[in-house]
Design a protein around this ligand. Structure first.
Ligand SMILES: Nc1ncnc2c1ncn2[C@@H]1O[C@H](COP(=O)(O)OP(=O)(O)OP(=O)(O)O)[C@@H](O)[C@H]1O
Length: 450
């Protein structure tokens, strides 16, 4: 971290925060998962509670009404275990990790709303998010879930929200970014941190992408009373997140949702040989009819190639979407949303902007360019990440790799070696039949005789 320039740190924060925001903007559903929850409890003798319904949590009626009004019928996997711990008396500290879209935000929002005493007109719950936009998104969930509980009020501690000096906040929930929250507690004294009962640190993995945010969060935490409940959430759980979490959350319960094993077994992989970029384009046109039976993502190495390819495909009369790094987050969200809704069947993109974004229904991935790192070596992780989009949740997927040189053949060989997986070659004509056959089998789910 110390060797990082500010620009690098900012870019990393922006990328992670943008991915997270994009996922929130485009997601209309809970990510369905059958994964197991792993619980490491602080007190091994205490029983492990788990609930299968929201009723069992004995929520305030106004909150139960809010939960149902949001269309939630039953708790998600992470909520089943996290909610009883968060709502327990005395309060328990928690570090929870589960992939994006599995219901973490809804869980801690419900916990905050449950712990508030609406009679007390001062901040009692505080939630810190890494960016202004992410704080606004969480605020929206609080507003939605608390819709039938109007006595509880929310205030945003974010840049641009200027309050008069000497103000004492009356709202019970504060949501904001670390810098502003710290100022409001320490310098401006709008908030008395000693009266905070619940402290939530959201998106810890995004937060630690900048050193400044880590320090500010730790400084806020130090002002809080010992009895304050500390809750930390993260979509990933690398060592850096873990080290940060341990500094913020004493004696934690820990919940992890095991990620679905990333496997290539349900994905058919092929490669086709072409001699140039133009030939690859022609090859793509040949199978275009077949791939648009379902939805496809085409990955290019650079923005320039992606732009060129999308342009050429459009000129051929194909309707394609282009997701490109120079677009604003909102523009990107709009493109992905259209794709998710099936308005376009094909999305042309680069790694950079597609990484970490969940679009579930893709059944074919085309590597127009094979993934290589900056030194020109195969980027196996990205390969897995790209093609892994097709075989999600046990569905069958198809990956087509386009090889246009000795260099790219060598990359493909090394990828095969890495995954110990033999990738078959296909002639273009056969590829068309194969692709069609694949889609008919995926789309029409024939009974499995085999
Ligand atoms: N129990 C539930 N039943 C149905 N939908 C739910 C439930 N809990 C959350 N959702 C919905 O699922 C989506 C994802 O939930 P949420 O934002 O809480 O996930 P998250 O894990 O916090 O994601 P991220 O890491 O991106 O912040 C939201 O649209 C939310 O309204």
């Amino acid at each position: 971290m110390a060797s990082d320039s500010w620009a690098q740190a900012l870019t990393r924060l922006y990328d992670k925060a943008a991915q997270s925001l994009l996922n929130k903007l485009i997601r209309s559903n809970l990510v369905n998962t059958t994964n197991q929850v792993e619980v490491l409890q602080r007190d091994p003798t205490s029983p492990l509670y788990s609930v299968k319904s929201f009723e069992e949590l004995r929520l305030k009626p106004q909150l139960l009404q809010g939960v149902y009004a949001m269309g939630f019928n039953r708790p998600s996997k992470i909520q089943e275990t996290a909610l009883p711990m968060m709502l327990a008396e005395p309060p328990q500290n928690l570090i929870a990790q589960s992939q994006s879209g599995t219901g973490k935000t809804a869980a801690f929002v419900l916990a905050m709303l449950s712990h508030v005493d609406p009679e007390n007109k001062w901040p009692q719950c505080m939630c810190v998010s890494p960016t202004y936009e992410l704080a606004l998104q969480t605020g929206k969930v609080i507003e939605q879930m608390g819709k039938f509980y109007p006595e509880v009020q929310l205030v945003y501690a974010i840049r641009g929200n200027k309050l008069e000096r000497g103000t004492k906040l009356q709202e019970q929930i504060v949501i904001g970014t670390p810098g502003t929250v710290l100022d409001w507690c320490q310098k401006l004294k709008f908030i008395d941190p000693r009266k905070i009962k619940v402290f939530v640190l959201d998106e810890a993995d995004v937060m630690i992408a900048t050193q400044g945010h880590q320090d500010q969060s730790i400084r806020i935490q130090r002002m809080l009373p010992k009895t304050c409940q500390m809750l930390l959430f993260s979509a990933t759980f690398e060592d850096t997140v873990w080290n940060f979490a341990k500094r913020i959350v004493p004696d934690p319960n820990i919940i992890k949702l095991k990620r679905e094993e990333e496997t290539l077994d349900t994905i058919k992989q092929y490669y086709v040989i072409c001699n140039s970029k133009e030939e690859k384009f022609q090859a793509l046109c040949n199978i275009y009819g077949a791939i648009t039976i379902a939805q496809a993502m085409i990955f290019c190495h650079t923005r320039k190639t992606a732009g060129w390819l999308a342009g050429e495909l459009s000129r051929e009369g194909h309707q394609v979407a282009l997701l490109s790094g120079e677009m604003q987050v909102e523009q990107r969200a709009a493109v992905i949303e259209r794709f998710r809704d099936g308005k376009e069947k094909v999305l042309v993109t680069t790694n950079v902007c597609a990484r970490g974004i969940d679009v579930e229904q893709v059944s074919v991935v085309i590597n127009f360019d094979l993934p290589v790192d900056k030194d020109g070596n195969p980027d196996n992780e990205t390969y897995l990440h790209r093609i892994g989009r097709t075989g999600r949740f046990g569905k069958r997927g198809l990956a087509i790799n386009m090889v246009d040189s000795r260099f790219s053949m060598n990359i493909l060989d090394r990828i095969q070696e890495h995954f110990s997986k033999f990738i078959k070659t296909k002639q273009m004509n056969n590829m068309r039949c194969e692709t069609r056959a694949h889609f008919f089998s995926v789309c029409f789910h024939p009974p499995s005789f085999t």
